[in-house]
Design a binder for this molecule. Structure first.
Ligand code: CO
Length: 161
């Protein structure tokens, strides 16, 4: 496994649409393993393949419950409720915005062997599913943010924790 470089928002690749994964081979498994390791090292909750420069529809979601999820060719099939909260991205270090997302999300995705599975998430996990799947279509959370947090707002939030 290897740590890959996370591209930042200046890189136009982040605005491109990722293509479906069609080969569930060792090359894909290596990418997924590297993404998991890269995400862990960066201490994030989710990473899309495009963030390591690979335009394929694959994401890792790890909300710290010890079970990182691999979602290949994910599609949101059901949502309900609404949550408003602070959101950031490993490709925009230090930037945070307030983003409204569904409270509950059901996702259909393939696993690393190509089998279709259903994943359910609420709260943070639902937020991560939406954020990462957006990446696959070139959408960045700042596109959806009601407003971006200023340095002052950020330090106030952090001091309250
Ligand atoms: Co992101």
């Amino acid at each position: 496994m290897a740590i890959r470089k996370i591209v930042t928002v200046e890189d136009p690749v982040l605005r491109k649409k990722s293509r479906p994964v069609v080969k569930f081979d060792e090359k894909l498994w290596m990418l997924l393993d590297d993404m998991k390791e890269t995400l862990k090292k960066a201490d994030g909750a989710g990473l899309a393949a495009v963030q390591v420069g690979i335009l394929r529809r694959a994401v890792i979601v790890d909300v710290g419950d010890g079970k990182p999820l691999e979602l290949i060719n994910p599609e949101i099939v059901e949502t309900s409720g609404e949550q408003e909260g602070q959101e950031g991205c490993l490709s925009l270090p230090g930037e945070w915005g307030v983003v409204c997302r569904p409270e509950f999300v059901k996702v259909r995705a393939q696993n690393r062997k190509g089998q279709w599975c259903l994943f359910k998430g609420e709260g943070l996990k639902a937020r991560c599913f939406c954020h990462e799947i957006d990446h696959l279509d070139g959408i960045i959370f700042t596109d959806r943010a009601k407003h971006m947090l200023t340095d002052e707002e950020l330090s106030r939030l952090n001091n309250n924790e």
